[in-house]
Design a protein around this ligand. Structure first.
Ligand code: NAD
Length: 336
């Protein structure tokens, strides 16, 4: 059996590490070797890879996807690239967009150039539903135009289109996924679900933006990982696949569920000034991946959130140091 050598960028982050744990776990494919390339920014955490560190075929390289020499060497030695590495927090992109453009746009182009030099390679680009913008009614099919609103989503849209351009122009085997909002274990405590859970478990108040009526389409990270694996193994070159579970919820309703699961109440919620340019509603149409690749999300939101709260309850040693560091260093202006 030939081994497929997969380079996973951003594999120490939330979703990338879930993907690597799935690939190298007991239910993963038997014929893969995985190298993680990760810069270990504030969001990258080696502890996320503890379960697979000793696995056969696993290697870790600390490095930057903008480092052309390193990227060239690594891409040459692998058959496929699954590209997660990115700056990912919308709020941070409002206060400093430069690193988003550098990593998300230039980093992606650096990887694509290397893939082209050493073709044939399969390049799975992990994009986001946020590239579509905001939608009042209905859901976005893959054919909708991209109308990103935040510096984060604009940088993701740019990298998404550049990746597709390498397919159309050069014939590189690029496949793009655009997934909705993820939740689950190992998510850095700055995005709404882990931020609220960790603060509520500590008896601290949580900040809710605006009127709380912004709607997001939630999916458990393990379902996202299943979708990516279907695209890697069965997707078609040059194609875009939306990935969603169809679990739409306003931030108010999400907060209600998290308060209940954490044993807190509305007295712990502070309504704060809305995020600038806050997208009102996201909704992806995932008919294509469901019909073409047989994707079925397995985790319903209520079960997934309950399990996620339970994970944070029992993994304080994972998040407390991150929370202390965030309290010291980050001070994102809108947190009370
Ligand atoms: P994350 O912030 O948890 O992890 C990002 C990882 O990338 C970290 O390990 C970080 O160290 C690494 N990284 C950052 N800059 C790097 C660089 N220059 N070189 C090498 N590594 C670098 O992010 P996540 O939530 O796991 O998201 C992963 C991917 O999925 C991103 O591309 C994101 O846009 C996309 N996505 C995320 C969501 C979501 O809800 N979180 C939804 C759809 C798509």
């Amino acid at each position: 059996m030939t081994t497929t050598r997969i380079l996973v960028t951003g594999g120490a982050g939330f979703i990338g590490s879930a993907y690597v744990r799935a690939l190298l776990g007991p239910n993963g494919p038997p014929d893969v070797a995985v190298t993680v390339l990760d810069k270990l920014t504030y969001a990258g955490n080696p502890a996320n890879l503890a379960d697979v560190r000793a696995a056969d075929g696993f290697a870790f390289v600390r490095g930057d996807i903008c480092d052309a020499n390193l990227v060239d060497e690594l891409v040459a030695a692998h058959d496929q690239i699954v590209h997660f590495a990115a700056e990912t927090h919308v709020d941070r992109s409002l206060f400093g967009a430069g690193v988003f453009v550098r990593t998300n746009v230039l980093g992606t182009q650096t990887l694509l150039d290397a893939a082209l030099r050493h073709a044939p390679k399969i390049f799975i680009h992990i994009s986001s539903d946020e590239v579509y913008g905001s939608i009042r009614d209905g859901s976005w099919p893959e054919t909708d135009p991209l109308r990103p609103n935040s510096p984060y989503s604009a940088s993701k849209a740019a990298s998404d289109l550049i990746a597709l351009s390498y397919h159309r122009t050069h014939g590189l085997e690029v496949r793009v996924t655009r997934c909705s909002n993820n939740y689950g274990p190992h998510q850095y405590p700055e995005k709404i679900v882990p931020l609220f859970i960790t603060r509520l478990l500590d008896g601290r108040p949580v900040p809710l933006y605006g009127d709380g009526h912004n709607i997001r389409d939630w999916i458990h990270v393990d379902d996202h990982v299943r979708g990516i694996e279907l695209v890697r193994t069965r997707g078609r070159p040059g194609e875009i696949y939306n990935i969603g579970a169809g679990d739409e919820l306003s931030n108010l309703d999400l907060t209600g569920l998290l308060l209940h699961a954490c044993g807190a109440d509305w007295a712990d919620v502070r309504f704060v000034e809305d995020r600038k340019g806050h997208d009102r509603r996201y909704s992806v149409d995932s008919t294509k991946i469901r019909t073409e690749l047989g994707f079925v999300p397995l985790k319903d939101l209520a079960t997934g959130l309950t399990e996620t709260v339970a994970w944070y309850r029992t993994h304080r040693s994972w998040w407390e140091p991150l929370q202390r560091r965030a309290d010291r260093q980050d001070r994102l202006p809108l947190l009370p």
